[in-house]
Each structure stands twice: as C-alpha cells, then as structure tokens.
Unconditional design. Structure first.
Length: 92
C-alpha cells in the first residue's frame, strides 16, 4: 500500500494533472476486505485490491480518459453493506 499513493502522484504528474487532482491517503474507508482501495470523486467510483502497478492505468483511463477501469471497480452491492460476499462473517 505504501507504494500506491506515490505511484498515483507520479502518474498524475506525468499526465499533466497537477493542481487538477488530489491524491490523499486514508484508512480502509470501511472497505478493508477490498483493500487497498482507491476512490475517484466526484463520480464516487470505488476501486478495490489496487496495486502500485495499476496507478498508471487508473490515471490514463479514468482521470484523463473519463473511462473507469472496470476490472478494478468494486460492485455497488459491495459498498457499505453487510451483505457483501467479501466481508468476513461476524462471530456470534
């Protein structure tokens, strides 16, 4: 995870997006089972299990091209819901 933010920053600079995008670090955003997680606003597109090697594709395709990277996108029914199949079952 520690390499992801710097790779996103590097890719966004290379794409000429300085001052137009902001890359922040945060906790798991209540999506720990999908981590590392990246969220692109204002569209609120959530990406899961993102690796440093995915940074350039996210910047090129989504931030520059306006096309979300579907292979990394989290399903809507997995966001902020206890019914996500990836969420560990709570112990009784």
């Amino acid at each position: 995870m520690s390499e992801l933010a710097p790779e996103l920053q590097k890719a966004s600079r290379a794409a000429g997006l300085q001052g137009r995008v902001r890359i922040n670090k945060a906790g798991c955003l209540d999506q720990c089972e999908h981590g590392p997680v990246v969220v692109v606003y204002p569209e609120a597109v959530w990406y899961g299990n993102v690796q440093a090697g995915d940074a350039e594709e996210i910047v090129r395709e989504h931030l520059v091209g306006g096309r979300p990277v579907e292979r990394l996108r989290l399903a809507e029914d997995c966001l902020n819901t206890a019914s996500c199949p990836h969420r560990p079952a709570k112990e009784a």
